[in-house]
Design a protein around this ligand. Structure first.
Ligand SMILES: Cc1cc2nc3c(=O)[nH]c(=O)nc-3n(C[C@H](O)[C@H](O)[C@H](O)COP(=O)(O)O)c2cc1C
Length: 391
């Protein structure tokens, strides 16, 4: 394959005249639609919900299906009883390069809590959640002090919010979006179902997003061309099916929304593990081309903003973000976060400051996402629930 650069080959995509052997072709066909063995199982599967596992383990298993940065799954739990536990950040799973204040990792604590809470209602439990049960919490306490104490209470009658029905179907979709731009009415329906509690939710129609689209692509460019930041993505990148099955975490080509023949080609011919190819110009340019086309295909944007920027705001914004994503799913749309421009490492400062210039002092945009429609299906893996439990 040396006669063609990776970038050119990726661009050829499905239209390519790549010659595949029969077994390769069958493998490609079979990878298009079916859910692979390593993909996230349905945590609301009735067989599992009616099984003998304790209520708290059932609830945790649902909670860990939550969106979380780079799918690092940064959670650990101390089980207190059959129906209670403490949640901690797993400090062996941080993104120190791209998330130096650990803001995103705390958003991921909030997403977990919200999905757990909505999920527990599906098998008749109300989740009582007390944040920072050991009092004052700073980022020096990461991994040491709990983020939350969770107590499940059995209820005879419980309100099941409609968005909780979409926990199984929710997935980050990074593919090219199709169809019409989202209208204000579309977003009103999303806003109503999300019913977020702690932050401000904003909508930017596609027609008003020209500058934003350029800014998010520039921010991805900065991340890609700042070696330690891009290296962090490589560390969490799972190159093939056996790595996905082994680690059950991280990001992947399928997770990037590149499927079918393009994915087959990329995985088999270009994505050779190792630093050299990952950081090669061809690889970085190819990645940037894919990202720019994804952003261009967006049909609208949304953001979650808080009035302060402390660990409590991060966790609460995470709870709101999980609700937003479930509501987007319920309303038949797709969502893809674009966090690069929000990130706090020095090389991003200029772009971030420009992007945040209209905010009031203390405010922070915690999540920025693109919206659209996509039939793309990929359920990122999760580790076994027992791997999260402190012994
Ligand atoms: C705080 C936070 C930041 C994220 N930032 C990005 C991002 O910049 N780009 C991206 O593609 N996905 C981003 N994601 C989505 C995660 O990568 C995704 O949730 C994770 O891989 C698990 O996949 P799932 O959402 O399909 O379950 C972010 C998620 C969270 C919670």
């Amino acid at each position: 394959m040396n006669f063609m650069t990776r970038k050119k080959f990726l661009k050829l995509g499905l239209a390519s005249g790549a010659v595949l052997t029969v077994p390769q072709f069958l493998q490609y066909c079979s990878s298009v639609e079916t859910r692979k063995y390593y993909e996230r199982k349905d945590p609301l599967d009735p067989t599992f919900l009616s099984g003998s596992e304790s209520p708290i383990l059932k609830a945790i298993r649902i909670g860990i299906s939550a969106p979380n940065p780079h799918n690092i799954q940064p959670w650990k739990f101390k089980i207190l009883s059959e129906d209670s536990a403490l949640l901690y950040v797993d400090d062996t799973r941080l993104l120190k390069e791209t998330d130096p204040p650990f803001r995103q990792v705390h958003i991921g604590q909030g997403t977990f809590l919200e999905v757990l809470s909505l999920g527990a209602s599906r098998f008749g439990y109300k989740a009582e959640i007390s944040l920072f049960p050991e009092g004052k919490y700073t980022t020096k306490d990461v991994g040491k002090k709990p983020i939350a104490k969770i107590i499940l209470k059995k209820q005879d009658a419980i309100l099941v919010e409609p968005i909780s029905l979409f926990i199984s179907e929710r997935a980050t979709k990074r593919s090219i979006y199709e169809g019409e731009d989202l209208t204000e009415q579309d977003f009103s329906a999303i806003r109503k179902d999300a019913n977020i509690r702690y932050s401000e939710l904003g909508f930017i129609p596609k027609s008003q997003s020209e500058t934003l689209r350029k800014q998010v692509v520039s921010a991805m460019n900065v991340e890609t061309y700042t070696y330690p930041k891009y290296e962090e993505s490589r560390i969490w990148f799972r190159y093939n099916d056996s790595e996905m099955e082994k680690f059950k975490d991280g990001i992947s080509m399928r997770g990037f929304g590149v499927s079918g023949l393009r994915n087959f080609v990329a995985r088999n011919f270009f994505l050779t593990p190792g630093k050299e190819i990952w950081h090669s110009d061809d690889n970085k340019k190819g990645g940037m081309d894919i990202f720019a086309s994804q952003v261009e295909s967006s049909k609208g944007f949304a953001f979650i903003k808080t009035s302060k920027n402390e660990p409590l705001d991060w966790v609460q914004a995470g709870r709101d973000y999980a609700r937003l994503h479930l509501s987007v799913t319920k309303n038949g749309f797709a969502l893809h976060p674009l966090s690069q421009i929000l990130q706090e490492f020095p090389e991003m400062k200029e772009l971030r400051t420009q992007f945040e210039s209209s905010l009031k002092p203390g405010e922070k945009i915690q999540m920025l996402v693109r919206l659209g429609r996509s039939d793309y299906r990929f359920f990122s893996p999760r580790r076994d629930v027992q791997d999260f439990i402190l012994r």
